[in-house]
Design a protein around this ligand. Structure first.
Ligand code: GDP
Length: 320
């Protein structure tokens, strides 16, 4: 991928897409194509085909997806499976038909089995049952990986899937009904502080462990993969290899520890109340990131620093 290459960035408004967009622009990529939902509905096959025929992108970054936290996944399983399968199927298939040189498909660490050995390696895919709260989403993402693998095998395409761990950062979703835990805690503690409340609620027991990655580090990893030398890139797609790269920080933390860290950064003086009526989800989700590290990538932003930057961004942009 060169600075003048035509790159289609699908999903440029969300947390991941908007960060990749900023990073591409700051690195001097000057031919990026995007479309808003009002201009292109990615769940409609003919609209996607017409768009690719008109724009002829050389590279595709597929960050468009229906995403959400544990409650949203549990409440809208139909949308999570339908929208994601439709979007990725239309884009991956059309990318093959129009000769796209390289495609990057973004998924999530919830593709791995619920009882997966930790840290989770790429080869653990499809070795056990999935976590029930996000199974429809995970099945959609696994289908996307298998589509990339199948097209690579049959048509010699260069389609790669990257599976980020739990992400957070600027432009995240801070809606308490649909968000992930980190933005939810920033919001809850901030609002409790402003309202002079004595306590704030955290869902579940606080015992589950999660790994977090600042989204700017993910954007850096994605561009790193898209610009790998052909020789290195194709060695990752050898026959029989799942085209899959984990992207994470390699460190996890319990929800309880996270809650105290966020409480500290937000300076909420009250108590934390764990509500075990709410689901815990998977017990632990920690990625093995050695494959990505061997390509020379490491995240730069520590968790504390990333949360501080995110909270500052929220305040500067009057998010709550
Ligand atoms: P998951 O990683 O797919 O389980 O998604 P989440 O980020 O939504 O949840 C991670 C963990 O944080 C789960 O154990 C949740 O119960 C817990 N959690 C604690 N408080 C909250 C909250 O306010 N919102 C969300 N989404 N999760 C919370």
């Amino acid at each position: 991928m060169k600075k003048k290459s035509k790159i289609y960035l699908a999903g440029h408004i969300g947390l991941v897409g908007s960060t990749i967009m900023r990073k591409l622009e700051s690195e001097g990529y000057s031919n990026i194509v995007t479309r808003d939902l009002s201009e292109l509905d990615l769940t409609r096959q003919t609209e996607v085909e017409t768009f690719f025929a008109q724009e002829k992108p050389e590279y595709v970054i597929l960050a468009a997806a229906r995403v959400g936290g544990i409650l949203a996944n549990n409440t809208y399983p139909a949308e999570f499976i339908y929208d994601n399968i439709a979007i990725q199927t239309n884009i991956i298939h059309t990318a093959w038909k129009t000769g796209v040189k390289r495609l990057l498909f973004l998924g999530s660490s919830c593709i791995y089995p619920r009882e997966c050995p930790q840290p989770m390696k790429e080869e653990h895919l499809l070795t056990g049952l999935l976590e029930a709260t996000n199974e429809p989403y995970a099945i959609a993402k696994i289908s996307g990986i298998k589509m990339c693998q199948s097209y690579n095998r049959q048509y010699k395409t260069n389609f790669m899937a990257v599976m980020p761990t739990n992400l957070y950062g600027k432009n995240d979703n801070f809606n308490l009904e649909t968000s992930h835990v980190l933005p939810a805690l920033i919001r809850k503690f901030h609002e409790a502080k402003v309202a002079n409340k004595f306590k704030a609620e955290v869902w579940g027991t606080g015992k589950p462990r999660r790994e977090f990655l600042y989204v700017d580090d993910l954007a850096d990893a994605c561009i790193r993969v898209m610009t790998l030398e052909d020789k290195v890139f194709s060695s990752l797609l050898k026959d029989g290899t799942t085209p899959l790269l984990n992207i994470g920080s390699g460190k996890d933390i319990s929800i309880k520890e996270l809650a105290f860290l966020v409480k500290d950064i937000v300076e909420f003086p009250g108590d934390i109340e764990f509500n075990s009526e709410k689901p815990d989800g998977t017990f632990q989700k920690l990625l093995d990131v050695s494959r990505m590290n061997s390509l020379g990538w490491k995240p730069e932003t520590g968790l504390k620093e990333g949360i501080k930057r995110t909270y500052k961004w929220c305040l500067d942009n009057s998010i709550f």
